[in-house]
Design a protein around this ligand. Structure first.
Ligand code: M3L
Ligand code: AKG
Length: 424
C-alpha cells in the first residue's frame, strides 16, 4: 500500500465553512475542473495545483515560503485521484516510484484564486468611492483617540477610509510635532527622504523646494522624481500667524481620470502611456530622477486587471519632454491641458482650511494635494509613509478585523497566519 503523505492535518479544517452543496471535481486532460454549481465552473492545470500545494512539506507553515521544487514537478503530472470533501478538494499525486503525495485546497481558496475563468468577486475590502467637491459635506474623519487606541481597531478604520476615499482627517490631535510623529508611526515606519524623516517646514527655503515658500501650489502628487513615490503623506498645520491663506486643496485623481476617460478617451490614453520625466534638483546634495529617467505615465494601470492604480502628476517638477514622438507633441499638450482643466474644475476641488489639531492623511498614489498662497508665518509638520508599509498595515488589520479573513484557521502549533490567506 503506498504511503500517503497528508501534511495538512495541522490546518484544522473541521467544519464546512464554504458551500452547502459539494462542488464536483473531475480530471479533464491536463486540468482539474471544479463545478461550483450548474452555471459556474473553474479549471486548474495539474501542474498549477501541484505547484501551489500548501502542505507543510511544500509550503513553509511559518515563513509562508514555497518549499516544493517547482522545477522537479513533471510538466505532464496527472493526479492519481481527486476527491470533493466538505472542506475542500483533495488530490493524490504520484510521488516517486511508489509514494503518493496528498494535496488539499479549501473551496474558498480555489474560488478566490480561480484563473480560468478569473474570479470576479470584488470584496468590499477593495471598494473605492470617488468624489468631487461634494466630499466637503462629510470628509472621512477619525478621532485621535480612535487612532491611538491600542487595539488598532481605530487604525483599521483610519486606513479603511484612506483605502476607500484616498484621504482621511484625524481630529483632536495635540498640535505638536511629537504627537504627530507618534500618530504617523501608528501606521508604519516613516519614510526618510532628502527632506528628512519627520519633517517640519515653513516658508524659509530651508530646502530647495517651493513647498518652503509662500507660493500657491497647484494640485500635485509628491515624489514624481522617485521611482517609488511615497504611499501616504501626513500634514499637520501647527500654526499660522501674521497672515492668511494657505488653504489646502485635495483632488481625487481617480475621479478626474474617470471623467477624462469618459469625455476624452483618446486624451486619457495618452496620459496612460506617455512617460513623464521628473526631477528634484533644488538641493546641491541631491539630484533625484526616477529609474528609468524617462519616468512614468500620469495614469498608472494594473497590468493584469487594467485598473487605475496610481496617479503621478506634478507639472512643476516635470523635466524636459525629450522622449515624445514628434507626432504626439501637440496631442500630448492637449491631453495635459484637458487634465489640468478637469483637475482645476470647481467640481473636482475640495478646499479645506486646516487648523492645528487636525491631521490630513493622503494616499499620494491617488489624491492630489496643493495649497493657496499665504502671508505670515505658517508651520506645517508631517511625514511620508511608504506605499508598501501602508498596504501591509492595512492587510494585517484586515486579517485581524475582517470576519472572513479572521475566520481562516491558523496553524495549531505556531498560531502563525493561515497559509490560506488570499494575499499569499
Ligand atoms: C513634504 N515636504 C514639505 C517635506 C516636501 C515637499 C516636496 C514637494 C515636492 N515638490 C514634491 O512634489 O514631491
Ligand atoms: O504647504 C502645504 O500645505 C502643502 C505643501 C505641499 O504640497 C507639499 O509639501 O507637497
Amino acid at each position: 500500500m503506498p504511503t500517503i503523505k497528508t501534511n495538512y492535518a495541522h490546518l484544522g479544517f473541521t467544519t464546512n465553512n464554504f458551500f452547502n452543496d459539494l462542488p464536483i471535481a473531475n480530471v479533464e486532460g491536463q486540468k482539474v475542473s471544479v463545478l461550483w454549481n450548474p452555471q459556474q465552473w473553474s479549471r486548474f492545470h495539474h501542474i498549477w495545483l501541484r505547484d501551489h500545494c500548501r502542505c507543510s512539506g511544500c509550503f513553509h507553515p511559518v515563513t509562508k515560503q514555497r518549499l516544493v521544487n517547482t522545477f522537479e514537478i513533471p510538466v505532464d503530472i496527472v493526479p492519481i485521484d481527486v476527491q470533493s470533501t466538505k472542506e475542500g478538494l483533495e488530490i493524490m499525486w504520484p510521488s516517486g516510484s511508489s509514494d503518493i503525495h496528498a494535496s488539499f485546497f479549501p473551496w474558498s481558496w480555489l474560488k478566490t484564486h480561480s484563473y480560468d475563468p478569473p474570479d470576479k468577486t470584488d470584496s468590499a475590502l477593495h471598494e473605492k468611492v470617488t468624489w468631487g467637491s461634494n466630499i466637503s459635506k462629510a470628509p472621512p474623519t477619525i478621532t485621535y483617540q480612535e487612532a491611538i487606541d491600542e487595539s488598532d481597531r481605530g487604525v483599521y478604520k483610519w486606513l479603511g477610509h484612506i483605502n476607500k476615499f484616498g484621504f482621511c482627517l484625524v481630529s483632536g490631535v495635540p498640535s505638536t510635532p511629537e504627537a504627530t510623529e507618534k500618530l504617523s508611526e501608528r501606521i508604519g515606519f516613516i519614510r526618510e527622504t532628502q527632506y528628512g524623516k519627520f519633517w517640519e517646514f515653513t516658508a524659509d527655503l530651508s530646502k530647495g523646494d517651493t513647498a518652503y515658500t509662500t507660493m500657491a501650489l497647484g494640485a500635485h502628487t509628491d515624489n514624481t522624481y522617485f521611482t517609488d513615490p511615497c504611499g501616504l503623506q501626513l500634514f499637520h498645520l501647527l500654526s499660522h500667524t501674521g497672515g492668511s491663506g494657505g488653504a489646502t486643496l485635495l483632488v481625487d485623481g481617480f475621479y478626474v481620470a474617470s471623467i477624462l476617460k469618459e469625455l476624452h478617451p483618446e486624451l486619457h490614453s495618452i496620459l496612460a502611456r506617455v512617460p513623464i520625466p521628473a526631477h528634484a534638483g533644488g538641493e546641491l546634495s541631491a539630484l533625484y530622477r526616477p529609474n528609468p529617467p524617462s519616468g512614468y505615465p500620469v495614469l498608472g494601470h494594473d497590468a493584469s486587471s487594467g485598473d487605475l492604480i496610481q496617479v503621478r502628476w506634478n507639472n512643476d517638477d516635470r523635466s524636459v519632454m525629450d522622449k515624445l514622438d514628434p507626432s504626439v507633441v501637440e496631442e500630448w499638450y492637449k491631453a495635459i491641458r484637458m487634465w489640468h482643466k478637469l483637475l482645476t474644475s470647481p467640481d473636482s476641488e475640495y478646499w479645506i482650511q486646516l487648523t492645528p489639531g487636525t491631521v490630513l492623511s493622503v494616499d499620494n498614489h491617488r489624491v492630489l494635494h496643493g495649497r493657496s498662497a499665504f502671508e505670515g508665518k505658517r508651520r506645517v509638520c508631517g511625514a511620508y509613509i511608504g506605499v508598501d508599509e501602508y498596504r501591509s498595515k492595512l492587510a494585517v488589520l484586515q486579517e485581524k478585523f475582517d470576519s472572513t479573513l479572521a475566520s481562516l484557521p491558523r496553524d495549531h502549533n505556531s498560531g502563525a497566519r493561515s497559509v490560506w490567506n488570499p494575499a499569499l
